[in-house]
Design a protein around this ligand. Structure first.
Ligand SMILES: *[C@@H]1O[C@H](CO)[C@@H](O)[C@H](O)[C@H]1NC(C)=O
Ligand SMILES: *[C@@H]1O[C@H](CO)[C@@H](O)[C@H](O)[C@H]1NC(C)=O
Ligand SMILES: *[C@@H]1O[C@H](CO)[C@@H](O)[C@H](O)[C@H]1NC(C)=O
Ligand SMILES: *[C@@H]1O[C@H](CO)[C@@H](O)[C@H](O)[C@H]1NC(C)=O
Ligand SMILES: *[C@@H]1O[C@H](CO)[C@@H](O)[C@H](O)[C@H]1NC(C)=O
Ligand SMILES: *[C@@H]1O[C@H](CO)[C@@H](O)[C@H](O)[C@H]1NC(C)=O
Ligand SMILES: *[C@@H]1O[C@H](CO)[C@@H](O)[C@H](O)[C@H]1NC(C)=O
Ligand SMILES: *[C@@H]1O[C@H](CO)[C@@H](O)[C@H](O)[C@H]1NC(C)=O
Length: 504
């Protein structure tokens, strides 16, 4: 209906659209889903069955995984947890027709569904229009989604919804009110096409938001991130008052989608999180404070000023820290977890939204290595040598907590060096039969007293109970087997090889 209005009169358009949106959503009474995402770019991982247990203990029934490994999905057999899988950005351009799409769906979805693994939705790409990926994915993202939608339909996947998540940077920058929101002019054409595809297949629009980043970019008071009404900063818009960034961004998307011609599309949140390190304001206290009101807000079906009373499905990013995650955007990328990568909760959070003052359940069955740490012995006679060894350690191990703003950024030089050495030592499973992982040209030694300093924890390794499966799609040999005796095109081969490049 939106398209009948002249776009030269946006306020009338919007008024009408808002009315339609309220009408469509006011009788939606199911409470919002709280799911989590689980990425596995970590050097030592919780085994999948531990994660299943962790989720069920916390009554989390919705999980998103970033790519699809057989051994991970098999742990979810039984259907108690609904799973969202992702077709990675690298794969988008390889889905060239419904045949290839059908093959991918068979391998990644149906094969698991018949084992009673409850895959209910598929993300086709991940933030493909974000400035970070755009160059490679701009042309293909919408076409791939269309092809996948068609293949889902043709092959009878009635219960699988396909959509694509978008980051807040698809919105035009610099808007001061939700009513000013629109998609960026350079993306507008694609977004108009995209929301039509969603509307036609009744799929939701998925927005990803990083609250502190959005607020920082706009140079607003950080208090505006929180939903506990302590902010003195608020934004007034057509009689609505925005007291937090979540409602601001949600309604901005609602507005932009309406301006793109589909006023009553469902909008959900594919990713929202609060890292605990590596970004100004990223710490445990703030993360706890954020979720303490955010989850009850979602569960309370309060809705937003433009869509009051609706339920909003939300996936929290993320379950555990990923200390091998890329840090091209910043060290915070390794610190998204509600849990550390060894399965201990970092802060109190009640996933049920009942305001219980509690830590979530700790992962059961995690086995730690002995309490041994590797530290710098203190010989500073050759500083070049010390610095070289620190660099060597941090090239492989995760030293991001040492960076400015990190939880270990206040260490002395000596402690700094110890931190780096210990990270390397633990990462190598304390391997020291010949002293090789705690030697550093004789600068280091193993100790049994915990060298942690305040909030800066020197971790001990967990026993790596799982060997990472190194194939995103299927084992190379099986892929080749499949290709043998089949006349599939080279496109499929390159598809298989490309997918095996993403490790988890
Ligand atoms: C799969 O998950 C969906 C969404 O939560 C749920 O409605 C459905 O009952 C689940 N299926 C099974 C077999 O448990
Ligand atoms: C959205 O979908 C509905 C129902 O399928 C249809 O009536 C409507 O015309 C669609 N809107 C647009 C803008 O495509
Ligand atoms: C914040 O203020 C709004 C509007 O006054 C109110 O509806 C809401 O319950 C308040 N939230 C909290 C956590 O106090
Ligand atoms: C908000 O304003 C009140 C009253 O003016 C003041 O006491 C409080 O410190 C302010 N809060 C913040 C976070 O600035
Ligand atoms: C200091 O260490 C560096 C690197 O290990 C080495 O090349 C250099 O010769 C050393 N300098 C002295 C004075 O020993
Ligand atoms: C500790 O290491 C970090 C990261 O390499 C560096 O930024 C910081 O300046 C170091 N601090 C000291 C006291 O050497
Ligand atoms: C990742 O984190 C775990 C748990 O804290 C730790 O044991 C491991 O050594 C870390 N890996 C790297 C590469 O730093
Ligand atoms: C220690 O063992 C590692 C791994 O087996 C090997 O690469 C290294 O050369 C050995 N170092 C010494 C000093 O023997």
């Amino acid at each position: 209906m939106g398209r009948q209005f002249p776009s030269s009169n946006p306020s009338i358009l919007l008024l009408a659209l808002t009315g339609a949106a309220i009408f469509c959503y006011s009788f939606n009474v199911v409470e919002g889903v709280i799911g989590v995402s689980w990425g596995r770019q970590t050097s030592h991982r919780l085994i999948p069955s531990m994660v299943v247990d962790l989720l069920l203990q916390n009554d989390i029934r919705h999980l998103k995984v970033f790519s699809v490994s057989d051994n991970v999905l098999e742990a979810f057999s039984g259907g108690h947890i609904a799973i969202t899988v992702t077709l990675p950005n690298e794969g988008l351009k390889h889905i060239v027709n419904t045949g290839v799409a059908a093959y991918w769906l068979q391998q990644k979805i149906r094969k698991h569904q018949i084992k009673n693994i409850n895959i209910t939705s598929l993300y086709v790409g991940s933030q493909p229009f974000s400035t970070f990926y755009r160059k490679e994915t701009y042309d293909t993202a919408v076409d791939t989604l269309k092809i996948i939608q068609k293949a889902l339909h043709l092959n009878g996947y009635e219960n699988v919804v396909a959509t694509t998540p978008h980051f807040t940077d698809v919105l035009k920058p610099g808007m001061m009110k939700p009513s000013e929101a629109d998609f960026r002019p350079d993306l507008k054409e694609k977004m108009v096409e995209f929301v039509k595809v969603l509307n036609a297949s009744k799929a939701p629009f998925v927005m990803d938001i990083f609250p502190i980043h959005f607020v920082a970019e706009n140079k607003w008071d950080m208090e505006f991130c929180f939903l506990d009404n302590k902010s003195n900063f608020s934004i007034k818009d057509n009689g609505h008052v925005y007291t937090n960034v979540f409602e601001f961004v949600y309604d901005s998307f609602v507005t932009a989608i309406a301006k793109a011609g589909v006023p009553n599309l469902k909008v959900m949140v594919g990713q929202i999180g609060w890292p605990t390190d590596g970004y100004p304001g990223a710490n445990v206290a703030n993360a706890e404070r954020f979720f303490r009101e955010f989850i009850p807000f979602v569960k309370g079906k309060k809705g937003t000023p433009l869509r009051p009373g609706i339920s909003i499905d939300v996936y929290i990013h993320s379950l555990v820290d990923e200390n091998l995650s890329r840090i091209s955007l910043g060290a915070f990328q390794r610190h998204w977890g509600v849990y550390t990568s060894n399965g201990e909760p970092k802060y109190k959070i009640d996933f049920s939204g009942a305001h219980r003052d509690m830590y979530p359940t700790t992962a059961k069955g995690v086995v730690f290595m002995p309490k041994r740490w590797c530290v710098f012995k203190g010989d500073k006679t050759n500083l070049t040598k010390v610095e070289n060894q620190v660099q060597r350690a941090c090239a492989e191990a995760d030293c991001t907590s040492l960076l400015p703003g990190g939880s270990c950024s206040q260490l002395t030089f000596q402690q700094n060096v110890s931190y780096a050495f210990n990270r390397y030592f633990q990462m190598n499973s304390q391997y020291s039969t010949n002293g090789s992982s705690c030697n550093f040209e004789n600068l280091a030694a193993v100790v049994t007293e915990d060298p942690s300093v305040g909030t800066c924890k020197f971790p001990v390794e967990i026993l790596a109970a799982e060997r990472a499966e190194t194939d995103g799609l299927m084992k190379r040999s099986r892929a080749e087997e499949w290709l043998k005796g089949s006349s599939r095109s080279a496109v499929v081969l390159s598809l298989l090889l490309i997918f095996s490049f993403r490790l988890i």
